[in-house]
Design a protein around this ligand. Structure first.
Ligand code: NAP
Length: 241
């Protein structure tokens, strides 16, 4: 058996309509999985790029939105990718920007993992890949709720791994560096920020969504069966600097 194959598995990816989530969905399809492309926006575009896929409306405006998603069918792999960011000085940061980000990035991710685990634990097998951030390790600037949520994701990845590893569920996270998506458009459009970022990346380039996607396939595959509670940096060397 190819330890990097997802043949015969069903994967659900949140935020699969664009960016990193879309790339993960496509890569998992290429690795042989049937992919459920979940999103608040239509995922039909992504579905059209995958051999075996379907779309599922899932809007984390309600953080409990996925509570019944895993009950009536076998889903082997969950990728919690949906995420938002809000920018303002900490001294001015609005409560709504705190709540919106924490609801999508942290509360929804946790309760989606919980719903997945309720179905997967009795089967004794399953893989969760959470999308963390460099701001799971660093403070950042002007993004307090994002930083809090991504530090939270790193912690939750570890506690869930502690509780479920012996029961056959792998819980890991990927901390992407600076990746070319909608999320980072403003940074790339600012020549000074763009240069400062590139100057610090040992690889000398922005990451591509596919850099993250291939890592997600690895963490979801049998090759990663003994990896539990890891938050894996995929950052062109940023954190090594
Ligand atoms: P993106 O292109 O903005 O994609 C974000 C995804 O999350 C979209 O599919 C978006 O749907 C979805 N989403 C937002 N709010 C949602 C909600 N209420 N319910 C359901 N889905 C929702 O950004 P991206 O860069 O691909 O980000 C994907 C993940 O990677 C995020 O968790 C982000 O924090 C993380 N990340 C990105 C970078 C980077 O450099 N790009 C670095 C570190 C971590 P809509 O299209 O409908 O808004």
């Amino acid at each position: 058996m190819n330890p990097f194959s997802l043949e015969g598995q069903t994967a659900l990816v949140t935020g699969a309509n664009t960016g990193i989530g879309q790339a993960i969905a496509i890569a998992m399809g290429d690795a042989g999985a049937h992919v459920i492309c979940a999103g608040r926006s239509s995922c039909e575009g992504t579905v059209g790029m995958i051999k075996s896929a379907e779309s599922l409306p899932l809007d984390f405006a309600d953080p409990m939105a996925a509570k019944d998603t895993f009950a009536d069918r076998q889903i082997d792999i969950l990728v919690n990718n949906a995420g938002i960011i809000r920018r303002d000085d900490s001294v001015d940061f609005a409560e709504s920007d705190w709540d919106d980000v924490m609801d999508v990035n942290l509360k929804a991710a946790f309760f989606t993992c919980q719903a997945f685990a309720k179905a997967a634990l009795p089967r004794g097998t399953g893989k969760i890949v959470n999308i963390a951030s460099l701001l799971s390790f660093q403070g950042g600037i002007r993004v307090p709720s994002y930083t809090a949520s991504k530090h939270g994701i790193a912690g939750l990845t570890k506690i869930m791994a502690n509780e479920w590893a012996a029961k056959g569920i792998n819980v890991n996270a990927i901390a992407p560096g600076y990746i070319e998506t909608n999320n980072t458009e403003a940074l790339r459009a600012d020549p000074d920020r763009n240069k400062a970022i590139l100057d610090r990346i040992p690889a000398g380039r922005w990451g591509q969504a596919n850099d993250i996607a291939q890592t997600a396939v690895f963490l979801a595959a049998p090759a990663a069966n003994y990896i539990h509670g890891a938050v894996l940096n995929v950052d062109g060397g940023w954190l090594a600097r």
